[in-house]
Design a protein around this ligand. Structure first.
Ligand code: DAH
Length: 363
């Protein structure tokens, strides 16, 4: 029996000394493997007499069980150790401050657009949205632009696929096509109410409307495109169109509305405006609007911010309205430029580079 106790003790010691599961399996082989010590003892049974075989066999089995339970205990201990080490390595210090998620903000031009919408909203203007891919009709022809007008040239306008040669498609070069799109819808709706037809009806198509209707008072902000790129021009830029058409809307109203807008926008009641005679095919008379700050870095300089004018009778006709009854004004301004002036930014391209160091300053 003595030799068996020695073997069990030796196995225990070997298992205790194993520091990794691989070590342990190697030690196991020394005792329980094919030519391990217990296995060898079992083989030795064959040469014993029957009686002795029984008792010796039982003792070897007992020893084997002892070794197996020592092995399992050590396996468990090593597994626990490993788990502890892993938990330790992956421990989180829940008292450390968390990582902050960056707070975003509106793009400076979006801030301007919201500001424009809110100021004109307070004067009763609706906000209309329209397509950036436009037809030649809405972008030019309906706005009284002659066939040979330079704005139509390939040098200025991005033409896109999808139209015909007579009626090409293009990226809108201004927001003015929204004058026509919005007015046509407005007239359709109110004409149907007056004439008792459905807005889809064709009965009055082709004839100009001279009945009563609510005034058209709308702004249309959005992206516009031109073949142009330098510090003050980007091939994609923003415009905001304005249109007010009624029975008694005059140039005087344009001056009042636009002056009020600019003074509110720049929070400066002393801002001076100048309506400088100009030409646009869709207005007659036309004016460019310049502003001047009474003080500050830009004081004393005339800064152009918009084109404007009294809507041309041909444009009124293309809205479906009788120019003998309806008259109004329109303007188109550049929100990018307004943003540059408001914040003192000198390069338009900064707005569209997407550099977070620049943009974060407007949060
Ligand atoms: N569409 C013109 C442009 O892009 C700006 C403009 C001028 C708009 C006069 C108007 C207007 O509505 O009446 O340069």
């Amino acid at each position: 029996m003595n030799d068996l106790t020695t073997v069990v003790d030796a196995a225990r010691t070997a298992f205790e000394q194993a520091q990794t599961p691989a070590d342990l399996e190697n030690s196991k082989a020394l005792f329980l493997g094919k030519s391990g010590r217990i296995t060898e003892m079992m083989k030795g049974l064959a040469s014993l007499p029957v009686e002795e075989k029984k008792t010796r066999g039982a003792s070897i089995n007992l020893a084997k069980q002892g070794i197996e339970s020592a092995l399992n205990a050590r396996r468990q201990a090593l597994a626990d150790q490993e788990l502890q080490a892993q938990l330790q390595a992956e421990a989180l210090d829940v008292t450390l401050p968390g990582r902050q998620r960056g707070t975003g903000g509106l793009h400076p031009v979006s801030i301007t657009l919201e500001r424009i919408e809110s100021i004109f909203g307070s004067m009763g203007f609706e906000v209309a949205q329209g397509p950036e891919i436009e037809s030649d009709w809405f972008n030019f022809t309906a706005l009284n632009t002659p066939e040979d007008h330079p704005a139509r040239s390939m040098h200025d306008t991005f033409y896109v696929e999808g139209g015909s040669e007579q009626a090409p498609n293009l990226l809108r070069t201004h927001t003015s096509p929204m004058q026509i799109r919005h007015a046509v819808q407005h007239v359709k709706k109110h004409r149907a109410a007056v004439e008792g037809t459905s807005p889809e009806g064709t009965s009055s198509q082709g004839t100009l409307f001279s009945g009563a209707m609510p005034e058209i008072r709308v702004i249309a902000p959005g992206r516009t495109y031109r073949v142009d790129s330098d510090a003050t021009h980007s091939p994609m830029f923003h415009q905001c169109e304005g249109l007010w058409v009624g029975e008694n809307v005059s140039f005087k109203d344009l001056k009042y509305v636009f002056t009020d807008f600019c003074r509110t926008f720049f929070e400066n009641p002393d801002l001076v405006l100048r309506f400088r005679p100009s030409f646009f095919p869709f207005t007659e008379p036309s004016a460019e609007v310049d502003i001047q700050f009474p003080s500050g870095l830009l004081a004393g300089r005339w800064l152009e911010v918009a084109g404007s004018g009294q809507v041309h009778p041909n444009v009124i006709r293309n809205m479906g309205l009788d120019p003998e009854r309806y008259i109004g004004f329109a303007f188109g301004m550049g929100p990018d430029r307004l943003t540059m002036l408001r914040y003192g930014v000198n390069d338009l391209r900064l707005f569209f580079d997407g550099d977070i160091r620049f943009l974060a300053q407007f949060r």
